[in-house]
Design a protein around this ligand. Structure first.
Ligand SMILES: Cc1cc2nc3c(=O)[nH]c(=O)nc-3n(C[C@H](O)[C@H](O)[C@H](O)COP(=O)(O)OP(=O)(O)OC[C@H]3O[C@@H](n4cnc5c(N)ncnc54)[C@H](O)[C@@H]3O)c2cc1C
Length: 281
């Protein structure tokens, strides 16, 4: 029998996780309850984060950044009017997760902690250069999303640590978006692409999802492409570099070979969508 604990503060939650070695944090439960019912995990205690008010809400910090509490539901992120311009990509990704039921249950902290390589938030957060706020029994730390994924379903979160918030740079006026290729509407991605143009329209940030253990970003390639977004050969060369660093698997959502073929198509089609938006703005 798994006991559910309901701490009222972050400190109480991490103390409970430290006290009961087999305890797990519970956020929306969309994934964890299904895993527990299938006996894929057998926690002694579930430490529910539901009562902790510090984990809620989407706020602007004094320096203009956006701070999203870990318990923010996908439906709240999808509806957040603060996520404009360069941050619209995250709002769009949230709105493409599964279906309304899952979006009403699932949280950003739970999704990022779960680290499914096909999850929609990870490439969007990588495209935004997000920072994760983390708390554990030894204190608090922050970590770049780029240093977070260690391997397939393995992250830099230590035992007993929880994600408390996700911080994004202040939004700037520049188009961004997220696109996923999936077998059917609402399914996890076979491959996905998060992209944001620079404000001057000369460069872009791109992260590819579901083609390796974590989102793929080639920041040196992005720098080299600055000023050449209108040159198809340069864009194709850049996409080829993303293909070269990809490490996809064959699974029910598509073969590794198919995923590799999707990357250049996603890059060129999403880029063309964003540059058209920039021209007509
Ligand atoms: C039918 C279905 C379809 C789905 N389709 C998609 C999809 O298309 N795209 C997509 O991106 N996702 C999809 N998901 C996943 C969904 O987004 C979940 O919400 C998400 O994976 C888990 O979020 P949660 O808040 O429910 O976390 P939970 O289920 O509560 O927890 C998930 C895991 O994270 C740990 N955890 C939870 N919160 C924290 C925290 N703050 N800090 C540290 N560890 C924590 C838990 O211990 C557990 O191991 C789908 C899920 C379902 C059930």
């Amino acid at each position: 029998m798994t006991e559910v604990l309901s701490p009222g503060t972050i400190e109480e939650a991490v103390a409970m996780l430290a006290e009961y070695g087999e305890a797990m944090p519970l956020s929306g439960g969309a994934t964890l309850i299904a895993m527990r019912n299938a006996a894929l995990v057998e926690p002694s205690h579930l430490v529910s984060l539901d009562r902790i008010s510090d984990l809620r809400g989407i706020d602007r910090t004094a320096d203009g950044k956006i701070r999203i509490g870990a318990m923010t539901r996908h439906c709240e992120t999808a509806a957040c009017a603060e996520l404009t311009g360069s941050l619209y990509v995250l709002r769009r990704a949230a709105g493409m997760i599964a279906n309304r039921v899952v979006r009403n249950m699932g949280t950003m902290g739970g999704s990022v902690a779960n680290a499914d390589p096909a999850a929609d938030y990870l490439p969007a957060l990588a495209c935004c250069d997000a920072m994760l706020e983390i708390a554990g029994a030894d204190g608090r730390r922050s970590l770049s999303i780029h240093d977070y994924i260690d391997d397939w379903y393995e992250t830099a979160l230590a035992e007993g640590e929880i994600i408390t918030a996700i911080t994004l740079p202040a939004p700037v006026e520049a188009p961004s978006t997220y696109r996923k290729i999936a077998r059917v509407s609402g399914d996890y991605a076979t491959a996905s692409c998060a992209m944001a143009l620079d404000p001057d329209g000369q460069g872009m940030r791109v992260a590819i999802g579901a083609c390796g253990p974590g989102p793929l970003r080639d920041r040196a390639g992005e720098d080299a492409l600055r000023g050449k977004l209108g040159e198809p050969a340069a864009v194709a060369e850049f996409a080829g570099k993303l293909v070269a660093i990809a490490d996809p698997v064959d699974d029910v959502r598509g073969s590794a070979e198919y995923r590799l073929r999707l990357i250049p198509r996603l890059v060129s089609s999403v880029l063309s969508e964003l540059t058209t938006q920039k021209e007509t703005a």
